[in-house]
Design a protein around this ligand. Structure first.
Ligand code: GLN
Length: 443
Protein backbone atom coordinates (compact mmCIF):
# COMPACT_ATOMS: atom_id res chain seq x y z
CA UNK A 1 0.00 0.00 0.00
CA UNK A 2 0.89 3.64 -0.25
CA UNK A 3 1.38 3.72 3.52
CA UNK A 4 3.91 0.90 3.37
CA UNK A 5 5.76 2.74 0.59
CA UNK A 6 6.14 6.11 2.30
CA UNK A 7 5.45 5.86 6.02
CA UNK A 8 9.01 4.97 7.00
CA UNK A 9 10.09 8.33 5.52
CA UNK A 10 7.11 10.52 6.50
CA UNK A 11 6.30 8.97 9.90
CA UNK A 12 2.86 10.60 10.07
CA UNK A 13 1.19 7.95 12.22
CA UNK A 14 1.33 7.26 15.93
CA UNK A 15 -1.16 4.38 15.71
CA UNK A 16 -1.95 2.55 12.53
CA UNK A 17 -5.00 0.33 12.56
CA UNK A 18 -4.97 -1.33 9.15
CA UNK A 19 -6.51 -4.65 10.14
CA UNK A 20 -9.47 -3.07 11.94
CA UNK A 21 -9.85 -0.59 9.10
CA UNK A 22 -10.12 -3.45 6.61
CA UNK A 23 -12.81 -5.07 8.73
CA UNK A 24 -14.69 -1.81 9.11
CA UNK A 25 -14.54 -1.30 5.34
CA UNK A 26 -15.87 -4.80 4.71
CA UNK A 27 -18.71 -4.17 7.15
CA UNK A 28 -19.61 -0.91 5.41
CA UNK A 29 -19.60 -2.73 2.09
CA UNK A 30 -22.16 -5.18 3.48
CA UNK A 31 -24.23 -2.66 5.39
CA UNK A 32 -24.63 -0.31 2.45
CA UNK A 33 -24.84 -2.85 -0.30
CA UNK A 34 -26.76 -0.73 -2.75
CA UNK A 35 -25.10 2.37 -4.10
CA UNK A 36 -28.08 4.62 -3.39
CA UNK A 37 -27.52 4.14 0.36
CA UNK A 38 -23.94 5.26 0.03
CA UNK A 39 -23.05 8.84 0.91
CA UNK A 40 -20.41 10.97 -0.80
CA UNK A 41 -17.69 9.90 1.67
CA UNK A 42 -18.47 6.18 1.54
CA UNK A 43 -15.42 4.04 2.28
CA UNK A 44 -12.88 6.87 2.21
CA UNK A 45 -9.91 6.33 4.54
CA UNK A 46 -9.42 9.06 7.12
CA UNK A 47 -6.73 9.79 9.69
CA UNK A 48 -7.48 11.50 12.98
CA UNK A 49 -5.11 13.74 14.92
CA UNK A 50 -4.15 11.92 18.09
CA UNK A 51 -5.87 14.41 20.41
CA UNK A 52 -9.39 13.28 19.46
CA UNK A 53 -10.63 10.30 21.40
CA UNK A 54 -11.42 7.11 19.51
CA UNK A 55 -13.17 4.20 21.14
CA UNK A 56 -10.79 1.26 21.47
CA UNK A 57 -8.00 3.08 19.63
CA UNK A 58 -5.08 4.55 21.54
CA UNK A 59 -5.15 8.32 21.97
CA UNK A 60 -1.88 9.76 23.24
CA UNK A 61 -1.78 13.47 22.34
CA UNK A 62 1.82 12.57 21.45
CA UNK A 63 2.58 12.62 25.16
CA UNK A 64 4.26 10.06 27.36
CA UNK A 65 1.67 10.71 30.03
CA UNK A 66 -1.06 9.27 27.77
CA UNK A 67 1.08 6.62 26.07
CA UNK A 68 -1.12 3.84 27.46
CA UNK A 69 -4.51 5.54 27.15
CA UNK A 70 -7.27 3.83 25.19
CA UNK A 71 -10.55 5.79 25.31
CA UNK A 72 -13.91 4.12 25.86
CA UNK A 73 -15.90 6.47 23.63
CA UNK A 74 -15.68 8.38 20.36
CA UNK A 75 -15.36 12.15 20.03
CA UNK A 76 -18.45 13.64 18.37
CA UNK A 77 -16.49 14.30 15.17
CA UNK A 78 -15.33 10.69 15.10
CA UNK A 79 -18.84 9.30 15.44
CA UNK A 80 -20.09 11.79 12.84
CA UNK A 81 -17.45 10.54 10.44
CA UNK A 82 -18.53 6.97 11.09
CA UNK A 83 -22.09 8.04 10.28
CA UNK A 84 -20.71 9.57 7.10
CA UNK A 85 -19.39 6.09 6.20
CA UNK A 86 -15.66 6.90 6.30
CA UNK A 87 -13.07 4.44 7.60
CA UNK A 88 -10.63 5.55 10.31
CA UNK A 89 -7.26 4.00 9.63
CA UNK A 90 -5.18 5.52 12.36
CA UNK A 91 -4.11 8.31 14.67
CA UNK A 92 -1.77 10.99 13.45
CA UNK A 93 1.27 12.57 14.99
CA UNK A 94 1.25 16.05 16.52
CA UNK A 95 3.13 18.29 18.89
CA UNK A 96 2.55 17.14 22.45
CA UNK A 97 -0.92 18.33 23.55
CA UNK A 98 -0.99 20.44 20.34
CA UNK A 99 1.66 22.79 21.69
CA UNK A 100 4.03 23.61 18.90
CA UNK A 101 4.36 24.38 15.24
CA UNK A 102 6.72 21.76 13.83
CA UNK A 103 5.83 18.32 15.21
CA UNK A 104 9.20 18.27 16.92
CA UNK A 105 7.44 18.40 20.29
CA UNK A 106 5.96 14.94 19.78
CA UNK A 107 7.24 12.76 22.62
CA UNK A 108 7.60 9.83 20.20
CA UNK A 109 9.19 11.03 16.96
CA UNK A 110 8.92 13.97 14.59
CA UNK A 111 7.00 13.67 11.32
CA UNK A 112 8.61 14.75 8.06
CA UNK A 113 7.51 17.06 5.27
CA UNK A 114 6.67 14.88 2.25
CA UNK A 115 8.05 17.52 -0.16
CA UNK A 116 11.46 17.29 1.46
CA UNK A 117 11.93 15.00 4.41
CA UNK A 118 14.69 17.16 5.93
CA UNK A 119 11.98 19.74 6.65
CA UNK A 120 9.22 19.91 9.25
CA UNK A 121 5.62 19.34 8.15
CA UNK A 122 4.53 22.15 10.48
CA UNK A 123 2.33 21.73 13.49
CA UNK A 124 0.74 20.97 15.62
CA UNK A 125 -1.40 18.94 13.18
CA UNK A 126 1.76 18.04 11.24
CA UNK A 127 1.05 14.31 11.08
CA UNK A 128 -2.40 15.05 9.63
CA UNK A 129 -1.00 17.39 6.97
CA UNK A 130 1.88 15.08 6.07
CA UNK A 131 -0.38 12.02 5.78
CA UNK A 132 -2.73 13.82 3.39
CA UNK A 133 0.08 15.37 1.34
CA UNK A 134 1.85 12.01 1.04
CA UNK A 135 -1.36 10.23 0.01
CA UNK A 136 -1.42 7.95 3.06
CA UNK A 137 -5.01 8.90 3.89
CA UNK A 138 -7.64 10.50 1.72
CA UNK A 139 -8.17 13.26 4.24
CA UNK A 140 -7.63 14.00 7.91
CA UNK A 141 -8.91 15.90 10.89
CA UNK A 142 -6.73 18.35 12.75
CA UNK A 143 -7.24 20.86 15.54
CA UNK A 144 -6.33 24.52 15.48
CA UNK A 145 -5.78 26.63 18.58
CA UNK A 146 -3.44 29.24 17.14
CA UNK A 147 -2.82 28.00 13.61
CA UNK A 148 -2.31 24.26 13.94
CA UNK A 149 -4.46 23.31 10.95
CA UNK A 150 -3.60 26.20 8.65
CA UNK A 151 0.18 26.35 9.11
CA UNK A 152 0.89 22.62 8.53
CA UNK A 153 -1.50 22.70 5.54
CA UNK A 154 0.56 25.59 4.14
CA UNK A 155 3.89 23.83 4.76
CA UNK A 156 2.65 20.60 3.15
CA UNK A 157 0.90 22.17 0.14
CA UNK A 158 -2.65 21.13 1.02
CA UNK A 159 -5.91 22.78 2.13
CA UNK A 160 -6.56 23.33 5.85
CA UNK A 161 -9.71 24.91 7.27
CA UNK A 162 -10.18 26.28 10.76
CA UNK A 163 -13.93 26.76 11.20
CA UNK A 164 -15.58 29.45 13.32
CA UNK A 165 -15.18 28.77 17.04
CA UNK A 166 -18.18 26.67 18.07
CA UNK A 167 -19.18 25.39 14.61
CA UNK A 168 -17.65 21.94 15.14
CA UNK A 169 -18.15 20.07 18.40
CA UNK A 170 -15.11 19.77 20.65
CA UNK A 171 -16.61 16.93 22.67
CA UNK A 172 -13.86 14.31 22.85
CA UNK A 173 -11.10 16.68 21.78
CA UNK A 174 -8.46 16.70 24.52
CA UNK A 175 -8.55 20.34 25.60
CA UNK A 176 -5.53 22.60 25.16
CA UNK A 177 -7.01 26.13 25.33
CA UNK A 178 -10.77 25.77 25.45
CA UNK A 179 -11.63 29.31 24.31
CA UNK A 180 -9.60 28.80 21.13
CA UNK A 181 -9.58 25.09 20.20
CA UNK A 182 -11.44 24.14 17.06
CA UNK A 183 -11.46 20.99 14.91
CA UNK A 184 -11.29 21.15 11.13
CA UNK A 185 -10.49 19.32 7.88
CA UNK A 186 -7.15 18.85 6.12
CA UNK A 187 -7.71 17.87 2.50
CA UNK A 188 -6.13 17.88 -0.96
CA UNK A 189 -8.59 20.43 -2.34
CA UNK A 190 -11.33 22.86 -1.36
CA UNK A 191 -14.19 20.67 -2.54
CA UNK A 192 -13.11 17.87 -0.19
CA UNK A 193 -12.82 20.43 2.59
CA UNK A 194 -16.46 21.41 2.00
CA UNK A 195 -17.54 17.75 2.10
CA UNK A 196 -15.68 17.06 5.30
CA UNK A 197 -16.91 20.24 7.00
CA UNK A 198 -20.46 19.30 6.03
CA UNK A 199 -19.99 15.97 7.78
CA UNK A 200 -18.59 17.33 11.06
CA UNK A 201 -20.27 20.75 11.56
CA UNK A 202 -23.34 21.28 13.70
CA UNK A 203 -24.74 21.77 17.17
CA UNK A 204 -23.81 19.24 19.84
CA UNK A 205 -25.50 19.35 23.25
CA UNK A 206 -22.41 17.65 24.70
CA UNK A 207 -20.26 20.73 24.01
CA UNK A 208 -21.44 23.80 25.91
CA UNK A 209 -19.61 26.10 23.47
CA UNK A 210 -21.25 24.53 20.44
CA UNK A 211 -23.16 27.05 18.28
CA UNK A 212 -26.89 26.52 17.73
CA UNK A 213 -26.97 27.44 14.06
CA UNK A 214 -28.31 25.98 10.85
CA UNK A 215 -25.63 24.44 8.69
CA UNK A 216 -25.78 25.61 5.07
CA UNK A 217 -25.00 23.42 2.08
CA UNK A 218 -21.30 24.14 1.67
CA UNK A 219 -21.00 22.29 -1.64
CA UNK A 220 -23.51 24.53 -3.35
CA UNK A 221 -21.38 27.54 -2.33
CA UNK A 222 -18.62 26.44 -4.71
CA UNK A 223 -19.93 28.41 -7.68
CA UNK A 224 -16.63 29.74 -8.98
CA UNK A 225 -18.17 33.21 -9.06
CA UNK A 226 -16.43 35.91 -7.02
CA UNK A 227 -17.16 38.91 -9.23
CA UNK A 228 -17.28 42.12 -7.23
CA UNK A 229 -15.78 40.49 -4.13
CA UNK A 230 -14.08 43.06 -1.89
CA UNK A 231 -10.79 41.79 -0.47
CA UNK A 232 -8.89 43.47 2.38
CA UNK A 233 -5.14 42.81 2.58
CA UNK A 234 -3.73 43.66 6.03
CA UNK A 235 -0.55 45.69 5.76
CA UNK A 236 0.62 44.12 9.04
CA UNK A 237 0.76 40.71 7.31
CA UNK A 238 2.73 41.99 4.33
CA UNK A 239 5.42 44.04 6.07
CA UNK A 240 8.29 43.29 8.40
CA UNK A 241 9.09 39.70 9.13
CA UNK A 242 7.55 38.17 6.03
CA UNK A 243 9.88 36.39 3.62
CA UNK A 244 9.90 38.57 0.45
CA UNK A 245 9.48 35.46 -1.72
CA UNK A 246 6.32 34.51 0.20
CA UNK A 247 5.01 38.06 -0.16
CA UNK A 248 5.61 37.82 -3.90
CA UNK A 249 3.44 34.66 -4.05
CA UNK A 250 0.62 36.43 -2.22
CA UNK A 251 0.81 39.37 -4.63
CA UNK A 252 0.64 36.94 -7.55
CA UNK A 253 -2.43 35.36 -5.95
CA UNK A 254 -4.06 38.79 -5.67
CA UNK A 255 -3.55 39.20 -9.44
CA UNK A 256 -5.47 35.96 -9.93
CA UNK A 257 -8.29 37.36 -7.81
CA UNK A 258 -8.32 40.56 -9.91
CA UNK A 259 -8.60 38.38 -12.98
CA UNK A 260 -11.66 36.74 -11.45
CA UNK A 261 -13.34 40.11 -11.01
CA UNK A 262 -12.53 40.80 -7.36
CA UNK A 263 -11.04 44.03 -6.06
CA UNK A 264 -8.51 44.41 -3.27
CA UNK A 265 -7.25 47.16 -1.04
CA UNK A 266 -4.74 47.45 1.75
CA UNK A 267 -6.35 47.48 5.21
CA UNK A 268 -5.05 47.68 8.76
CA UNK A 269 -5.41 45.39 11.78
CA UNK A 270 -3.64 47.75 14.16
CA UNK A 271 -3.43 45.45 17.20
CA UNK A 272 -1.78 42.58 15.31
CA UNK A 273 1.57 43.22 16.94
CA UNK A 274 0.14 42.24 20.34
CA UNK A 275 -1.47 39.03 19.13
CA UNK A 276 1.39 36.60 19.76
CA UNK A 277 1.97 37.81 23.32
CA UNK A 278 -1.77 37.82 24.02
CA UNK A 279 -2.18 34.31 22.66
CA UNK A 280 0.70 32.76 24.55
CA UNK A 281 -0.61 34.22 27.81
CA UNK A 282 -4.21 33.13 27.30
CA UNK A 283 -3.49 29.75 25.72
CA UNK A 284 -0.95 28.87 28.39
CA UNK A 285 -3.28 29.98 31.18
CA UNK A 286 -6.07 27.77 29.86
CA UNK A 287 -3.64 24.92 29.28
CA UNK A 288 -2.32 25.09 32.84
CA UNK A 289 -5.87 24.60 34.05
CA UNK A 290 -6.91 21.97 31.49
CA UNK A 291 -3.81 19.86 32.02
CA UNK A 292 -4.34 19.69 35.78
CA UNK A 293 -6.41 16.56 35.18
CA UNK A 294 -3.33 14.57 34.18
CA UNK A 295 -2.25 13.52 37.63
CA UNK A 296 -1.24 9.90 37.20
CA UNK A 297 -4.45 8.77 38.90
CA UNK A 298 -7.30 9.38 36.50
CA UNK A 299 -5.56 9.02 33.15
CA UNK A 300 -2.49 7.50 31.66
CA UNK A 301 0.89 6.71 33.06
CA UNK A 302 1.54 6.61 36.80
CA UNK A 303 5.02 6.93 38.16
CA UNK A 304 6.34 3.88 40.09
CA UNK A 305 7.90 3.87 43.53
CA UNK A 306 6.39 7.05 44.84
CA UNK A 307 6.32 7.62 48.58
CA UNK A 308 2.95 9.36 49.02
CA UNK A 309 0.09 10.91 47.06
CA UNK A 310 1.70 14.29 46.51
CA UNK A 311 4.83 12.57 45.32
CA UNK A 312 2.73 10.49 42.93
CA UNK A 313 1.22 13.59 41.34
CA UNK A 314 4.56 15.29 41.19
CA UNK A 315 6.54 12.39 39.73
CA UNK A 316 3.86 11.35 37.23
CA UNK A 317 3.67 14.88 35.83
CA UNK A 318 7.45 15.43 35.88
CA UNK A 319 8.05 12.21 34.00
CA UNK A 320 4.98 12.38 31.77
CA UNK A 321 5.10 15.90 30.31
CA UNK A 322 7.73 17.11 27.85
CA UNK A 323 9.64 20.42 28.10
CA UNK A 324 7.31 22.59 25.99
CA UNK A 325 4.24 21.44 27.92
CA UNK A 326 5.99 22.18 31.21
CA UNK A 327 7.03 25.62 29.94
CA UNK A 328 3.40 26.47 29.13
CA UNK A 329 2.04 25.11 32.41
CA UNK A 330 4.54 27.26 34.30
CA UNK A 331 3.79 30.38 32.24
CA UNK A 332 0.05 29.83 32.58
CA UNK A 333 0.16 29.15 36.30
CA UNK A 334 2.20 32.32 36.77
CA UNK A 335 -0.17 34.45 34.68
CA UNK A 336 -3.17 33.19 36.65
CA UNK A 337 -1.66 33.55 40.10
CA UNK A 338 -3.12 36.20 42.37
CA UNK A 339 -1.12 39.38 42.16
CA UNK A 340 -0.28 38.79 38.50
CA UNK A 341 -3.75 37.96 37.21
CA UNK A 342 -4.74 41.58 36.53
CA UNK A 343 -1.44 42.50 34.95
CA UNK A 344 -1.27 39.53 32.59
CA UNK A 345 -4.39 37.40 32.18
CA UNK A 346 -6.94 40.19 32.44
CA UNK A 347 -4.87 42.53 30.28
CA UNK A 348 -4.55 39.82 27.64
CA UNK A 349 -8.34 39.33 27.64
CA UNK A 350 -8.79 43.05 27.00
CA UNK A 351 -6.30 43.03 24.15
CA UNK A 352 -8.10 40.02 22.71
CA UNK A 353 -11.24 42.16 22.43
CA UNK A 354 -9.30 44.89 20.62
CA UNK A 355 -7.94 42.32 18.16
CA UNK A 356 -11.44 41.05 17.47
CA UNK A 357 -12.66 44.62 16.91
CA UNK A 358 -9.90 45.16 14.32
CA UNK A 359 -11.47 42.39 12.25
CA UNK A 360 -15.03 43.66 12.80
CA UNK A 361 -14.00 47.02 11.43
CA UNK A 362 -12.46 45.59 8.28
CA UNK A 363 -15.48 43.37 7.68
CA UNK A 364 -17.76 46.42 7.68
CA UNK A 365 -16.30 47.28 4.27
CA UNK A 366 -14.80 44.05 2.97
CA UNK A 367 -16.13 40.55 2.29
CA UNK A 368 -12.93 38.69 2.96
CA UNK A 369 -9.38 39.20 4.20
CA UNK A 370 -6.41 37.68 2.41
CA UNK A 371 -2.76 37.32 3.36
CA UNK A 372 -0.09 34.70 3.86
CA UNK A 373 -0.69 31.76 6.21
CA UNK A 374 2.83 31.83 7.59
CA UNK A 375 5.75 34.23 7.13
CA UNK A 376 8.05 31.58 5.59
CA UNK A 377 7.83 28.14 3.99
CA UNK A 378 8.68 25.09 6.11
CA UNK A 379 12.02 25.15 7.96
CA UNK A 380 14.52 22.35 8.54
CA UNK A 381 14.02 19.83 11.33
CA UNK A 382 16.13 21.05 14.25
CA UNK A 383 16.54 24.57 12.88
CA UNK A 384 14.25 26.32 15.38
CA UNK A 385 13.66 23.73 18.05
CA UNK A 386 16.11 25.24 20.53
CA UNK A 387 14.43 28.64 20.44
CA UNK A 388 10.80 28.74 21.54
CA UNK A 389 10.40 32.46 20.83
CA UNK A 390 11.38 32.14 17.17
CA UNK A 391 9.01 29.21 16.95
CA UNK A 392 6.18 31.29 18.47
CA UNK A 393 6.65 34.01 15.84
CA UNK A 394 5.72 31.60 13.03
CA UNK A 395 2.14 31.96 14.29
CA UNK A 396 1.99 35.71 13.80
CA UNK A 397 -0.60 35.56 10.97
CA UNK A 398 -2.73 32.70 12.22
CA UNK A 399 -3.09 33.67 15.88
CA UNK A 400 -5.11 36.90 15.44
CA UNK A 401 -7.79 34.89 13.62
CA UNK A 402 -7.91 32.36 16.45
CA UNK A 403 -8.26 35.09 19.06
CA UNK A 404 -11.15 36.59 17.08
CA UNK A 405 -12.85 33.19 16.78
CA UNK A 406 -13.41 33.63 13.04
CA UNK A 407 -12.86 31.07 10.24
CA UNK A 408 -9.88 30.89 7.90
CA UNK A 409 -8.63 28.50 5.25
CA UNK A 410 -5.13 27.95 3.91
CA UNK A 411 -4.87 27.07 0.21
CA UNK A 412 -1.68 26.34 -1.73
CA UNK A 413 -0.37 29.34 -3.73
CA UNK A 414 2.87 28.19 -5.27
CA UNK A 415 6.38 27.25 -4.18
CA UNK A 416 9.43 28.98 -2.77
CA UNK A 417 12.67 26.98 -2.92
CA UNK A 418 10.64 23.94 -3.93
CA UNK A 419 8.57 24.13 -0.74
CA UNK A 420 4.85 24.96 -0.77
CA UNK A 421 3.46 28.33 0.32
CA UNK A 422 -0.04 28.84 1.74
CA UNK A 423 -2.50 31.66 1.12
CA UNK A 424 -4.77 32.44 4.06
CA UNK A 425 -8.35 33.45 3.34
CA UNK A 426 -10.11 34.83 6.42
CA UNK A 427 -13.88 35.20 6.68
CA UNK A 428 -16.66 36.54 8.88
CA UNK A 429 -17.91 34.43 11.77
CA UNK A 430 -20.03 31.51 10.54
CA UNK A 431 -19.51 32.50 6.91
CA UNK A 432 -17.60 29.37 5.91
CA UNK A 433 -19.65 29.31 2.70
CA UNK A 434 -18.00 32.50 1.40
CA UNK A 435 -14.61 31.31 2.61
CA UNK A 436 -14.94 28.07 0.66
CA UNK A 437 -16.33 29.83 -2.41
CA UNK A 438 -13.38 32.22 -2.53
CA UNK A 439 -10.76 29.52 -1.89
CA UNK A 440 -12.36 27.27 -4.49
CA UNK A 441 -12.45 30.01 -7.15
CA UNK A 442 -8.75 30.65 -6.61
CA UNK A 443 -7.58 27.05 -6.48
N1 GLN B 1 1.89 26.94 17.31
C1 GLN B 1 0.87 27.36 18.21
C2 GLN B 1 1.20 26.89 19.61
O1 GLN B 1 2.21 26.32 19.76
C3 GLN B 1 -0.45 26.86 17.76
C4 GLN B 1 -0.81 25.53 18.29
C5 GLN B 1 -2.18 25.09 17.90
O2 GLN B 1 -2.89 25.73 17.15
N2 GLN B 1 -2.58 23.97 18.49
O3 GLN B 1 0.48 27.09 20.53
Amino acid sequence: TRIQQVESKVRAFLTLDEENARQAAAKLEEQFASSNERGPLFGLPIGIKDNMVTEGLKTTCASKILSNFTPIYDATVVSKLKDAQTVTIGKLNMDEFAMGGSNENSAFHPSHNPWNTDYVPGGSSGGSAAAVAAGEVYFALGSDTGGSIRQPAAYCGIVGLKPTYGLVSRYGLVAFASSLDQIGPLTKNVEDSAYLLQAIAGYDPKDSTSAKVDIPDYLSALTGDIKGLRIGVPKEYMGNGIDPAVKEKVLEALKVFEGLGAVWEEVTLPHSEYAVATYYLLASSEASSNLARFDGVRYGVRSDNTRNLLDLYHMSRSEGFGPEVKRRIMLGTYALSSGYYDAYYLKAQQVRTLIKQDFDQVFEKFDIIIGPTAPTPAFKIGEQSSDPLTMYLNDIMTIPVSLAGIPAISVPCGFVNELPVGLQVIGKALDEATLLRVAHAFE
